[in-house]
Design a protein around this ligand. Structure first.
Ligand SMILES: Nc1nc2c(c(=O)[nH]1)N[C@H]1C(S)=C(S)[C@@H](COP(=O)(O)OP(=O)(O)OC[C@H]3O[C@@H](n4cnc5c(=O)[nH]c(N)nc54)[C@H](O)[C@@H]3O)O[C@H]1N2
Ligand SMILES: Nc1nc2c(c(=O)[nH]1)N[C@H]1C(S)=C(S)[C@@H](COP(=O)(O)OP(=O)(O)OC[C@H]3O[C@@H](n4cnc5c(=O)[nH]c(N)nc54)[C@H](O)[C@@H]3O)O[C@H]1N2
Ligand SMILES: [Mo]
Length: 767
């Protein structure tokens, strides 16, 4: 049983220096060189996340109202430089003798994207096994003809969270006018658990906090989110909290450096002196899937201390007035807290009673608490239960809907949340279909469409026959990659709207097209002049973004123009669908968004450049609960663990992790500086005692074999080096996306179908 406070982490293997500091500067400089970024790219960094500047293409962390000179982080800088590379992937690249599609499959993800920005629309030529250039008009005409021939329900319109609100709105309109709601999105692999699970308990599918809450809170409880790598600008808020004497308690199987200590690269004095801020006051290495039990333990202590306080005639610890007015399920949950034995909680969480009591005391003493979570919560078979448990903890002391408190799911792609807001949704009831009908004079389909998991299953079953992909790299991002590749290649049509070459281009169906688009930092010139686009961040703030760099190629089109091009070539003429006018002036599309979602987008064109963005209303933040009962739901857990399979000797819980040198399937390099892993991603991290017990040794060559009871498919990943690492017993770790061959498509959150990528049952075997 492990319980590491941060003070001990100096002794750990692979515990390099603090997050931020000179390491982050070196990281940016290395990517600047590696990406061969154009010198003008530095100008784009200067404008990042400021009004009338470029909104970062990396993560969805919000933009502040009062920005600093450098309003970007290590990974935002990397993403921007990577996009603004001077390398180009031209028709000449594909014509090189060694660059057949089959040969390119042997390239790593890093090498594929490193070939540079795509410059021309390309079509796969089966005879030569290559992509060859094609004109835009021909590409659109051929795609339109094939789409018209295909059964409407067999075509999928995937979106990955990159594209702005305008292109995304039109993309969803295209799918519905075509005839289906098959609009899966990357959040299906990510925060779908939030969209379904958080909605169920507090009535809001998104988080309730804003920057003002971060400025006011006095405590963060962190579960399975890694700000040092995935939302580094958050580190500044964490440091601010520590500077004003607040507390941070972290639950994570991996010691993540950004949650240990931080040197602010924007603070010259801190940089010169190396002055670190210790981030987590307590760091609890919960085992993978063990958070349900850990939080139950915290709540058990809260209930116990509340009992004692009231018996002694002191103020209650639980906010009983709030509970009575605003919640359901309290009594049953309290009975469960009392009835569950500490031995069971310790067993299921991997943490000691003493450690959980320490954490609970911080919770009890804090007046305003924010609960933060990420993929370590959502990507489990019972991920929604993780979220419900965190909400239980917060509700006990009224820590939702009060300044300085709330629930803070940290989202992924820069506009992943916003795409859902404007209709990229496979669930028909989430979209105001009646308004679409009134605006555009067609009958939108009412049947629910496919989720990513349904689409993958449809590909495996050869039911899905065509896919349009607005950004992303679905072949590499989804579970069951091997079966996915075969299904992908069997389709009639694959259309990828992309900026860089990736693995999803290399399994062409009967007809495959790569349609290259502008990046967000580039000038988007249309009939009415330079266009701006908008996106929505993790705090539901909507901001405009203006590109300033010259496009990577004169042949690029904007995402919006590409969507319009496909739509015009595919759909029967309808005078209400004004694709050319919309392409010529994006403010017209924003008017449509406002007409479709008047509450969220009031005065859209006028407010889009408000510093820090404008806020979409969130009822839960005002203690209005849009749940079935009209109250916030306190959930009694049906189980103590989120991992969802039986434990047995030799079966480990594999968590798939992101390195500091990647953005999802985009691998910038092979330096996972924060974890001390350099030069390779082909590794398995494992507790030294587990290694010894398995008869293996640090440095051994091993393979991972999936040990899934749900089907008989063989899933193996070989060529891995075993590294002894500070992890809880029974939990092993490997990199995403490499490990995706091991994740079964049916192993997903029970309510939202988010793949359970943080707890995959595997065996570790010598090679
Ligand atoms: N640089 C960079 N930034 C990114 C991304 C990127 O790849 N690179 N991806 C973007 C996207 S799309 C997303 S969704 C976000 C993802 O950002 P995060 O939500 O931070 O996702 P991960 O890094 O996958 O996992 C988060 C943490 O969960 C921990 N964890 C795993 N299992 C458990 C568990 O059972 N319990 C607990 N308590 N913790 C657990 C892991 O150790 C890890 O530290 O980041 C976005 N930002
Ligand atoms: N095992 C495991 N699997 C996971 C995860 C995990 O933690 N573990 N995480 C999941 C998560 S959270 C997510 S969000 C998904 C990510 O899945 P995706 O969103 O599908 O994948 P990305 O890697 O973000 O997509 C990268 C590609 O997007 C294209 N691109 C980049 N910028 C732009 C742009 O501005 N416009 C357009 N049109 N294209 C662009 C480039 O061609 C690039 O190659 O993966 C999921 N898969
Ligand atoms: Mo994500």
């Amino acid at each position: 049983m492990t319980d590491n406070a941060t003070k001990d982490t100096d002794d750990l293997p692979h515990s390099p220096g603090p997050a931020g500091g000179w390491g982050s500067m070196k990281g940016i400089a290395r990517i600047y060189a590696e990406a061969s970024a154009s010198p003008g790219a530095l100008d784009s960094l200067r404008r990042l996340n400021k009004p009338k500047g470029v909104m970062c293409v990396s993560c969805a962390w919000p933009k502040p109202e009062n920005y600093s000179a450098f309003e970007f982080c290590e990974n935002g800088a990397k993403a921007t430089l990577w996009e603004l590379t001077s390398d180009r992937c031209t028709p000449a690249f594909f014509a090189e003798s060694s660059h057949t599609v089959t040969a390119l499959r042997d390239w790593s993800d890093h090498e594929l994207e490193k070939s540079g920005r795509l410059t021309h629309p390309m079509k796969y030529d089966a005879a030569s096994d290559r992509y060859v250039a094609i004109g835009w008009d021909d590409a659109f005409a051929q795609i339109g003809a094939t789409l018209r021939d295909l059964p409407r329900e067999d075509v999928v319109f995937y979106a990955s969270g990159h594209a702005g609100l305008e292109a995304s709105y039109l993309y969803a309109l295209l799918a519905r006018a075509y005839g289906n709601n098959n609009l899966p999105q990357s959040s299906n692999m990510c925060h779908e658990t939030t969209s379904v699970g958080l909605k169920k308990v507090i009535g809001s599918p998104v988080g309730t906090v804003t920057f003002a809450d971060l400025d006011e809170t006095d405590c963060y409880f962190f579960f399975g989110q890694n700000p040092g790598t995935n939302s580094p600008r958050f580190l500044h808020n964490l440091k601010d909290l520590k500077d004003r004497g607040g507390k941070i308690v972290t639950f994570n199987p991996v010691i993540e450096q950004g949650l240990v200590s931080f040197v602010d690269p924007q603070d010259p004095l801190a940089m010169m002196t190396g002055k670190e801020t210790i981030i987590s006051d307590q760091y609890h290495q919960v085992q993978s899937g063990g958070d349900v039990a850990a939080i139950l333990g915290l709540c058990k202590v809260v209930v116990e201390v509340d009992d004692r306080a009231r018996a002694a005639g002191w103020d209650a610890i639980i906010d009983h007035a709030f509970i009575a007015e605003h919640t359901t399920g309290f009594d049953e949950f309290v009975a469960c807290c009392r009835a569950t034995a500490w031995a069971d909680i310790e067993q299921a969480s991997g943490l000691t009673e003493a450690a959980l009591r320490d954490a609970a005391m911080v919770y009890i003493q804090a007046e305003k608490v924010i609960g933060v979570y990420g993929m370590g919560f959502t990507q489990h078979a019972h991920g929604a239960l993780n979220i419900a448990m965190l909400v239980n903890l917060l509700l006990l002391r009224g820590n939702i809907g009060r300044p300085g408190t709330g629930c803070c799911p940290v989202r992924g792609h820069s506009n992943v949340q916003g795409q859902r807001t404007v209709g990229v949704a496979e669930k028909a009831h989430l979209v105001p279909l009646d308004r679409l009908k009134a605006l555009f004079d067609f009958d939108p389909p009412t049947k629910d469409g496919m989720h990513v998991v349904d689409a993958v299953q449809g590909l495996i079953d050869r039911k899905v026959r065509g896919i349009i992909s607005l950004g992303g790299n679905l072949v590499r991002a989804v579970p069951d990659q091997q079966r996915m590749e075969e299904g992908w290649a069997a389709q009639d049509l694959v259309v990828m709207v992309s900026t860089k070459l990736n693995r999803s281009h290399l399994y062409p169906g009967k007809a495959a097209y790569i349609l290259p688009c502008l990046g967000r930092a580039e000038v988007d010139a249309q009939a009415s002049g330079h266009q701006a686009v908008t996106s929505e961040d993790s705090f539901s703030m909507i901001s405009g973004s203006v590109g300033h760099r010259p496009p990577a190629s004169e042949h690029l089109k904007s995402e919006l123009a590409i969507v319009a091009g496909i739509a015009k070539a595919t759909l029967a003429p309808n005078p209400k669908l004004k694709w050319d006018e919309w392409t010529g002036d994006y403010s017209r599309v924003r008017d449509l968004i406002e007409a479709t979602y008047p509450d969220d987008f009031r005065d859209f064109n006028r407010r889009m450049f408000q510093p820090g963005g404008f806020w979409r209303v969130n009822d839960a933040a005002r203690r209005v609960w849009n749940t079935d009962s009209g109250k916030a739901v306190i959930t009694t857990p049906s189980r103590l663990s989120a991992h969802g399979f039986a434990d047995k000797p030799g079966r480990y819980r594999l968590l798939t992790m992101r390195s500091n040198d990647q953005f999802n399937t985009t691998v910038y390099g092979y330096s996972d500086r924060f974890r001390g892993i350099e030069g390779t991603r082909d590794v398995v991290l494992m507790n030294p005692a587990d290694i010894a017990e398995a008869g293996l040794a640090d440095g051994d060559k091993v393979k991972l074999v999936s040990d899934y009871d749900g089907d008989n498919v063989e899933r193996v990943l070989g060529g891995l080096t075993l590294i002894a690492y500070n992890l809880p017993r029974g939990t092993v770790a490997g990199y995403y996306p490499e490990c995706n061959v091991l994740v079964p498509i049916t192993h997903h959150d029970e309510t939202s179908k988010t793949p359970a990528s943080k707890s995959v049952p595997v065996r570790v075997e010598a090679l």
